[in-house]
Design a protein around this ligand. Structure first.
Ligand SMILES: Cc1cc2nc3c(=O)[nH]c(=O)nc-3n(C[C@H](O)[C@H](O)[C@H](O)COP(=O)(O)OP(=O)(O)OC[C@H]3O[C@@H](n4cnc5c(N)ncnc54)[C@H](O)[C@@H]3O)c2cc1C
Length: 385
């Protein structure tokens, strides 16, 4: 049986980063992944993911975001790939909406650069948008987007360059802790041994960590690419040079988020609902986007973008793995010290990819990390079955 220092189970967003970081630290890494690098069956596809720092989910994430930004630059440099674009971001809604109010609170608490815009100013600066008259926006220039598929490919390429053995198209059936304090991992192609294990299976976390009975909800989400009316508002106003990423909710109408046009008019203008997914089995997802769903998204999109009236270019499903409190699940496995887990990213994990890689490498090599991960404790009461 082959024996390694560490096995990484799942080479998607977080597992790719962990494999990269562990190989860079000189460990003998084996990575196992069901699909191909940058595949579209999990949570890491669709071309773009928002990155931002004025974090309405909780100001506790801000130090990790700062660290993640350093990681994004490092990953771009070491991979030679263009991953991060800072086109600015706006979080807008009625003054009491968490999207606006809590983003502003996080920016103020951490002294992040920001501007507060009222509805008239938002319309003037971003003529694609027609927010409600009482809307307020928190604008942050240090926001933008990263490229998910390119990121996974970058991390796995750099990991392989640093000596990691990465096996794609090989799905882990089960793993177990061995009496000697190591682990054993079984796939249809073999059994592998290691001193340590990193479990990063995304939407397959309930299957790969059944002993923890984590109350995670795997949800089918959809993103849509619509064509804007560029006679009404010129094309450059919809494009990344002039248009920010955004999140909006006004008087409880359902939070939406989206991006500027990043690939020219033919690529469309991408957006989606932030939550409101439907529970699903990751192995039996309805990948068809139905016309009633598209019509509902269009109706909601028009509330903010009255000129987003052209045809749908594309619509795709993607999976969230949602914890009851919507905070991540990262730490040492509660039953096995030699195993580190990272899952339950609740629809907002991608921007943290580089720092989660560091955290998992710290947990693997030292059993602990100096980075602040208390919020993500796998033992917290809300995760108990
Ligand atoms: C519609 C949508 C929009 C999003 N927007 C944003 C955003 O704007 N900003 C943001 O920060 N985040 C966003 N996210 C969330 C972010 O993409 C996820 O939090 C993140 O990708 C989760 O990473 P992961 O590593 O847990 O899962 P994944 O990237 O899916 O990786 C898990 C990997 O494990 C593999 N695997 C699973 N089981 C096995 C097995 N048994 N054997 C081998 N391999 C296995 C899978 O095939 C997969 O490759 C969005 C997600 C979706 C779906």
């Amino acid at each position: 049986m082959q024996h390694h220092d560490v096995i990484v189970l799942g080479l998607g967003s977080m597992g790719g980063a962990a494999a990269n970081e562990l190989a860079a630290r000189g460990l003998d890494v084996l990575g196992l992944e069901s699909f191909t690098p940058g595949h579209d069956q999990g949570s890491a596809h669709g071309g773009t993911r928002i990155v931002r720092q004025s974090y309405f989910e909780s100001p506790e994430y801000v130090p990790l975001l700062r660290r993640a930004y350093e990681g994004w630059s490092r990953l771009e440099a070491e991979s030679g790939r263009d991953l991060l674009t800072l086109c600015g971001g706006i979080y807008l809604g009625d003054p009491a909406s968490p999207t606006y109010a809590r983003s502003r609170a996080a920016a103020e608490e951490h002294g992040l650069d920001h501007e507060v815009l009222d509805a008239a100013e938002i319309r003037r600066r971003f003529p694609t948008m027609d927010p409600a008259d009482d809307a307020m926006g928190l604008y942050e220039s240090a926001a933008g987007y990263v490229r998910p598929e390119e990121t996974v490919i970058a991390n796995t390429e750099v990991a392989a360059r640093n000596g990691a053995t990465l096996r794609f198209g090989e799905r882990v059936q089960r793993w177990s802790a061995t009496p000697g304090g190591g682990v054993e991992v079984v796939t249809p192609e073999g059994t592998y041994g290691a001193d340590r294990l990193v479990v990063t299976p995304g939407a397959w976390a309930p299957q790969m960590l059944p002993e923890l009975e984590l109350p995670l909800s795997v949800e089918r989400m959809v993103f849509y690419w619509f064509t804007p009316d560029t006679d009404a508002v010129p094309v450059e106003r919809w494009s990344q040079e002039q248009h920010p990423v955004y999140i909006e909710e006004t008087h409880g109408n359902g939070q939406i988020y989206g991006f500027p046009m990043t690939d020219g008019p033919a690529g469309g203008f991408k957006l989606g609902y932030f939550h409101l997914g439907t529970p699903t089995d990751p192995d039996a997802v309805d990948r068809v986007v139905h016309s009633d769903e598209t019509a509902e998204m269009r109706r909601r999109a028009l509330e903010l973008f009255p000129h987003l009236t052209g045809p749908v270019v594309q619509a795709k499903t993607c999976l969230y793995t949602v914890a009851p409190d919507e905070h991540f699940v990262i730490g040492t496995h509660p039953l096995h010290d030699q195993v580190a887990i990272a899952c339950g990213f609740s629809g907002h994990g991608f921007k943290f990819v580089p720092v989660v890689g560091e955290i998992l490498a710290d947990l693997t090599t030292d059993g602990a990390t100096d980075l602040p991960i208390g919020l993500f404790d796998p033992r917290r009461p809300v995760l108990r079955p």
